[in-house]
Design a protein around this ligand. Sequence first.
Ligand code: CA
Length: 377
Amino acid sequence: MEITRVETFALERELDERFANAQKWRDSRSYCLVRVTTADGTTGWGECWGPIAGNREIVEEIVAPWLVGRDVRDVERIHDDLREKLRMGFHTCDPSGVVSAVDTALWDALGKARGESVARLLGARRRDDVRAYATGGFFRDVDGFEEQCDLITDEARAHVDAGFDALKMKVGFARFFPWGPDEDVELVRRVRDAVGDDVTLFVDANWAYDVATAERVGRALADADVRFFEEPVPPQQLDAYERLTASLDVPVAGGECWAYADEFGRVLDRGAVDYVQPDVTSAGGPTSMRRIAAAAADAGVQTHPHVFGTGVALAASLQVLATVPGTPLLEFDRTPNPIRDELVTDPVTNDGDTVAVPDGPGLGVTVDEDVLAEFSR
Ligand code: CA
């Protein structure tokens, strides 16, 4: 199964309406995808986390010439060799999104060649469907606090009406709005009132706080029966995570900005979070996701993968989710995103609070070449 070609595809689509989390406004959604082709014409798809610039050049100029001629069946060995090669070149700026996309593409190609899903190849398809929570509640581009709250509570109710019994919302107004942690907490209370006590609520701060503010907000979130407090502080501040996890009643979650089993191992060894959230497009692809989820399970920590990409990332995440020990939840991004919804010919949809795991070969989805061309820039 010799690899004969490695290509990148830069996709972008402007959004009709921009939205923000605590750190950035999003005016568009853009992605760098990777396609690997073997000598017999089998293809596999993967997706890089992060900007197109950088990911695309590294894949085309460094990875492609190195990868052509290698054997897809060596997927785990290639994962480790590629990580080592990029670490030598980029030191701590190791582009884990590139490793992730290549690893995902190789698993997809191997599955297609063997007629088996990636979850089957990983040897642990533990479930046919996964519980999903709706991710939304991003900040809108409006000036009034009441209007902001109304838009977000209306959206939360719409997710419940669509069948979800678990939701994740954002906090951290201060960077872009004239409101602070008190308004963050007020927003959570209003969403809790709007959806009722039976809906599971998660809150994501996207590193909005210092540790003292996170302590104060976290205590209020526990009062609102929030079930995890995601990324309260910046990902490099493991001392702060450890302190918050020890002191707060609300469970602390994090991991979308961490990569590979060794980095997650350091987090787990310190007991720095209650839940880990690796992303298949940035943590090192299915190879690393399996290792991270296994290490977390050994430490008694549930893995709830982070998902915020195209139909390729969503499909890869579902394959991984099928294999994760325990009771993992799918993060089901409900923000408007035509690239997520239209790129694959058999898009992933929810049936109430449940999403089925495809069992077709590879990632179990097919990229629509016409749609690919339409979104390519
Ligand atoms: Ca997040």
